[in-house]
Design a binder for this molecule. Structure first.
Ligand code: ANZ
Ligand code: ZN
Length: 817
C-alpha cells in the first residue's frame, strides 16, 4: 500500500462496516454447528479498564476464529447494571442511579466498540432493563411458589443513625462508612434461596467439568460447598439447668470427630443460640455476662471471624451422653449459628480453637488420643485411650463404631453437613430488582399477578443514604392485594445483584424480539446452551459461578431449560499488573485503554495484550512491548504493497521452489497449523503469544525470499490467521488485495510442512569430506551449489568430472586426480 498506516481511520471504517452488515450477528439457522463464546459482562462503572480489554480481546479472538471457520457464533455483551455504586454516586453527585447507569453504559459501549470487538449488538441488554426484571420476578415467584425461596430471620449490619442496613463493605472497622456510628447487628426477616437443596448435585456435577475448568476453581467450588460427614447428637441439660431454662431441654451439636467424644470438657454455643435468647429474657444472667453476650452478638460477622476467641460461661450444665459427666456450657464467638446446629462439643486436647479457648478460660483439657509428641492440641488421627469400650480403635474405624453406638441407642445419628448456606437475596436498597410480593393483612404474602409484572422501581426517590428509599417513598408501596383486592403493601426489599448475573447467559440465547414474550426461547436456548467457552476473572471463581450453576439447575427443574451445567469450559484470565502490582485506581497505576487506542490504534492494543502473556498468566504492562506490537503491525502494513491482487489462494507447486521460498512457505503453514492448535485444541490455554510469534517468524521468512507468488500466498494466509487478533488491518489489506476471499477456512498444504531435515553426506571420489542439512527433495542445482561451498577446499584446484546426487543421501563429486 502506498499510503501510510493510519489506524484511527481504518479502524472506524471497519467498525462501521461490520455493524452495517451485521457481520457479527449469529444466525437463527440451528442446523449449523455452533459456538457460544462468552466473556463475563462488566459492571457499568463508566469506563473500561485494561482487565476488561484483556478479557474481551481473548473472547473476541476465539469468537472470530470460529466465525471464520464457518461456525454459527454467539458472542454477546451486556451490562450487570444494578447495585450499590449507582446509589453511592447518587448520594455523592446528586444524580439519579438510573441516569448515571445508562449514561455509563453508553460511554462503555463506545469504548468497547473502539476496540473492534465482535459482539452481537442485537442481543445486548442491561440487567436493570425492566424487560429483564420482568422475567427475574417471574423466576422469583416460581421459586417462591415451589418453596425454593423462603423467609428467615437473619442478623444484618445496621446503622442506628442512618437507620439503614449496611453491606459488609460499608462497615469499616465496625463503624458506618457514612456517619462513623458503631454498627450493630439487627435481626430482620430476609428472603433466602434454598441453594442447599442442590448442594449434592452442585458437588457431583463438578466431575463433568474436570479438565474443562481450571482445577483450582473446581477445588474452590468444592470447598465452598464443604461437605462433611459426622455425628449429630444432643447434650441433655442437667436437672438444675433444666429448671432455669425451662422450654429447652437439650443442646444439639455436630461433630466430624466423634472419635474424640470422651475428651469433651465443655459445650460451646453461638451467641445467637435459642438458649442464650431465653436466658437473656430471664433474670438469671448477671449484668456483665449479658453485656458481653450482647457485644458478641453485635459484632459484624467479618470482624467476629477475625477477632480473638472469646466467650462467657452461662452458668448452666449438660450431661455427657456416654460418661454422664457434668459439663459447663459456654457462649463462644467462634461458634456459628448457621452451621450445623449452632452448638459444638469442645475437645480442647484435639482441636485448635477449643484448646485456645480452654487455655484462656482455664477449662480442663482431657487427652483421649495416643500421640507420640506431648504437644497439645494433637489434631491428627490417633489410637483411642480413656474412651471406655472404644479404647484401641483408630481414626475412621473409631468414628464408625461410636456413631453406630449412638444410632443403636438412639442417642444421635450420622449426618452430612454442607458448609454451603442458603443464599440470602434480600437487599434493603433502591437500585435493584424489586421482590414481586405483596403483604396483605388478610392473605399474608401474595405473589404479584403475572400481568402486573414487572414491578418497576419508582423514579421519584430521595437517595440520601438514610433508610430504604423504597420504604420511604410516600406512595410506591401502597397497592391492592392480588387475592382479595384489599389495601396491601408491596415488599420493599430488592434482590441481590448476583441474581441478575445468574441467568444472563440464558437470556442472550434468544433474539431480542422474543424478550417480551419469553425469558428465553426454548429452541434457541436448547441450541446455544451450554456456553462453549466462558472467560473471566478468577475473582468470580466461587460465588458467581456457583449461583449461575445453581440457577441453571433450578430453572431446568422449573422447565425453562435443558441445561445442567451452564459453562462447558472456563478460562480464568490472569490479572493485569503494572510494576508488579495489580493495575487499579487505588494504586494509581492504571493505563487508560483509550489513550493507547488513540495513540496506536485498537489493533496494537489487542496485539499487545494477547502477545504479552498467555491468557491464564499475569500480564505485566510494558511500554516497550507495546511499541514492539505497533512496529510489527506497521511492518505488516508497509510490506503488503508487494502483494499481487487475487481472488483465491495462489496455487504453488512446493517442490519447484528454491530453499528460501520453501522455508517461507513452511513457516506460513506452520503458523496456520499452530492457529488451529491454539484455538481448537486450546494448546497451553490459548497461548496466543506463541501463535503471534509464529506469524512474526513467517513474515520474516517471507521477506527473505523473492517470489511474489509465495509472498502473496503467505499474506493470504497470514491475514487469515491474524484476523482474530488484529482484525481491522487484516480486513483492510484483505479487502484491497483479496476482496476478503481469505477470511474463511484455508486448507493446509502438507507438502509445505515437510519438516524433517535430511543429512546429506558430501563425498569426493567416494571419500566423505563433509555433510549438509537441508529440507528433503531440495532443488538439485541449489543443493550442488551449497555442497560445493562446504567442501570448497578440496575442489578449489580440481576439475570436476561428474556430479552424482543420490536424493536425500549423498552428493558425490568425481574429480580428476
Ligand atoms: C468436636 C471436634 C473435635 C471437632 C476435634 C473437630 C475436631 P467441618 O469439618 O468444617 O464440617 N463445629 C460444628 N458446628 C459448628 C458451628 N456451628 N460453629 C463452629 N464450629 C462448629 O467442621 C466440623 C467441626 O466444626 C465439628 O467437629 C465441630 O468441632 C465444629 F478434635 O467437634 B468438631
Ligand atoms: Zn389480601
Amino acid at each position: 500500500m502506498d499510503i501510510s498506516y493510519n489506524p484511527n481511520e481504518i479502524e472506524k471504517k471497519w467498525q462501521q462496516y461490520w455493524r452495517d452488515n451485521n457481520i457479527h450477528e449469529p444466525l437463527d439457522d440451528f442446523s449449523k454447528p455452533k459456538k457460544y463464546i462468552l466473556s463475563m459482562f462488566p459492571y457499568p462503572s463508566g469506563a473500561i479498564h485494561m482487565g476488561h480489554v484483556r478479557n474481551y480481546c481473548i473472547s473476541d479472538a476465539i469468537a472470530r476464529f470460529y466465525r471464520k471457520n464457518s461456525y454459527n457464533v454467539l458472542h454477546p455483551m451486556g451490562f450487570d447494571a444494578f447495585g450499590m455504586p449507582a446509589e453511592n454516586a447518587a448520594i455523592k453527585h446528586k444524580t439519579h442511579p438510573k441516569k448515571w447507569t445508562y449514561s455509563n453504559i453508553e460511554n462503555m459501549k463506545n469504548e468497547l466498540e473502539s476496540l473492534g470487538l465482535s459482539f452481537s449488538s442485537r442481543r445486548e441488554f442491561a440487567t436493570c432493563d425492566s424487560s429483564y426484571t420482568r422475567w427475574e420476578q417471574r423466576f422469583f415467584i416460581d421459586m417462591w411458589e415451589k418453596g425454593l425461596i423462603y423467609r428467615k430471620t437473619a442478623y444484618l449490619n445496621w446503622c442506628p443513625n442512618d437507620k439503614t442496613v449496611l453491606a459488609n463493605e460499608q462497615v469499616i472497622d465496625g463503624k458506618c462508612w457514612r456517619c462513623d456510628t458503631e454498627v450493630i447487628q439487627k435481626e430482620m426477616d430476609q428472603y433466602y434461596i434454598k441453594i442447599t437443596d442442590y448442594a449434592q448435585e452442585l458437588l457431583d456435577s463438578l466431575d463433568s467439568l474436570e479438565d474443562k475448568w481450571p482445577s483450582q476453581v473446581l477445588i474452590m467450588q468444592k470447598n465452598w460447598i464443604g461437605k462433611s460427614k459426622g455425628l449429630n447428637f444432643s447434650f441433655k441439660l442437667d436437672a438444675k439447668s433444666q429448671d432455669i431454662v425451662k422450654d429447652i431441654s437439650e443442646i444439639e451439636v455436630f461433630t466430624t470427630r466423634a472419635d474424640t467424644i470422651y475428651g469433651v470438657t465443655y459445650c460451646a454455643i453461638a451467641p445467637e443460640h435459642p438458649i442464650v435468647k431465653t436466658l437473656l429474657q430471664s433474670d438469671f444472667l448477671q449484668r456483665d455476662i449479658i453485656d458481653k453476650i450482647i457485644k458478641m452478638q453485635n459484632m459484624p460477622t467479618k470482624e467476629r471471624s477475625m477477632s480473638e476467641k472469646e466467650g462467657v460461661p452461662l452458668g448452666i450444665s449438660v450431661i455427657h451422653p456416654l460418661t454422664q459427666e457434668i459439663l459447663p456450657v459456654w457462649v463462644a464467638n467462634f461458634v456459628l449459628m448457621d452451621y450445623g446446629s449452632g452448638g459444638v462439643m469442645s475437645v480442647p486436647a484435639h482441636d485448635e480453637r477449643d484448646f485456645a479457648f480452654a487455655q484462656k478460660y482455664n477449662i480442663p483439657i482431657k487427652e483421649v488420643l495416643i500421640s507420640e509428641s506431648s504437644d497439645l492440641p494433637y489434631t491428627q488421627e490417633g489410637k483411642l485411650k480413656e474412651s471406655g469400650e472404644f479404647n484401641g480403635l483408630f481414626g475412621q474405624e473409631a468414628r464408625n463404631k461410636i456413631i453406630e453406638y449412638f444410632e443403636k441407642n438412639q442417642l444421635g445419628k450420622s449426618i452430612i453437613n454442607y458448609r454451603l448456606k442458603d443464599w440470602g437475596i434480600s437487599r434493603q436498597r433502591y437500585w435493584g430488582a424489586p421482590i414481586p410480593l405483596i403483604r396483605c393483612e388478610k392473605c399474608g404474602l401474595v405473589a404479584e399477578k403475572d400481568e402486573n409484572l414487572p414491578v418497576n422501581l419508582p423514579e421519584d426517590v430521595v437517595i440520601d443514604g438514610e433508610g430504604n428509599p423504597l420504604d420511604k417513598h410516600p406512595s410506591w408501596k401502597n397497592c391492592k392485594c392480588p387475592q382479595c383486592q384489599g389495601d396491601a403493601i408491596r415488599e420493599t426489599d430488592t434482590m441481590d445483584t448476583f441474581v441478575q448475573s445468574s441467568w444472563y447467559f440464558l437470556r442472550y440465547t434468544s433474539p431480542k424480539n422474543s424478550w417480551d414474550k419469553v425469558a428465553f426461547d426454548e429452541a434457541s436456548s436448547k441450541y446455544w446452551m451450554d456456553v462453549d467457552e466462558y472467560i473471566g476473572g478468577i475473582e468470580h471463581a466461587i460465588l458467581h459461578l456457583l449461583y449461575a450453576r445453581f440457577f441453571t439447575k433450578a430453572l431446568r427443574d422449573l422447565g425453562y431449560t435443558n441445561s445442567n451445567e451452564p459453562f462447558s469450559n472456563l478460562l480464568t484470565q490472569g490479572m493485569v499488573l503494572k510494576d508488579g502490582a495489580k493495575m487499579s485506581k487505588s494504586k494509581g497505576n492504571v493505563v487508560d485503554p483509550n489513550a493507547i487506542i488513540k495513540k496506536y490504534g485498537a489493533d496494537t492494543a489487542r496485539l499487545f495484550v494477547l502477545f504479552a502473556a498467555p491468557p491464564v498468566k499475569e500480564l505485566e504492562w510494558n511500554d516497550n512491548a507495546l511499541e514492539g506490537a505497533y512496529r510489527f503491525i506497521k511492518r505488516l502494513w508497509d510490506r503488503s504493497k508487494n502483494i499481487l491482487a487475487t481472488d483465491s489462494i495462489p496455487q504453488i507447486e512446493h517442490s519447484s521452489l528454491n530453499q528460501k521460498e520453501k522455508n517461507a512457505r513452511k513457516k506460513v503453514y506452520e503458523a496456520l497449523c499452530k492457529s488451529n492448535d491454539i484455538f481448537e485444541k486450546k494448546q497451553s490455554g490459548y497461548a496466543f503469544n506463541t501463535l503471534i510469534a509464529s506469524c512474526m517468524e513467517a513474515l520474516n521468512a517471507l521477506s527473505e525470499q523473492e517470489s511474489k507468488f509465495v509472498w502473496t500466498e503467505g499474506y493470504f494466509i497470514l491475514l487469515n490467521i491474524l484476523e482474530p487478533i488484529i482484525p481491522h488491518i487484516c480486513w483492510e489489506i484483505s479487502k484491497k488485495y483479496f476482496n476478503l476471499k481469505n477470511m474463511s477456512e484455508i486448507p493446509v498444504d502438507k507438502a509445505a510442512l515437510e519438516t524433517e531435515n535430511v543429512t546429506i553426506a558430501i563425498t569426493i571420489n567416494g571419500k566423505k569430506r563433509g555433510e549438509i542439512q537441508t529440507l528433503p527433495n531440495m532443488n538439485e542445482k541449489e543443493l550442488l551449489q551449497a555442497c560445493k561451498s562446504i567442501v570448497s577446499k578440496w575442489l578449489d584446484n580440481a576439475v570436476i568430472v561428474k556430479e552424482i546426487v543420490i536424493p536425500n543421501k549423498i552428493v558425490n563429486f568425481v574429480i580428476k586426480q
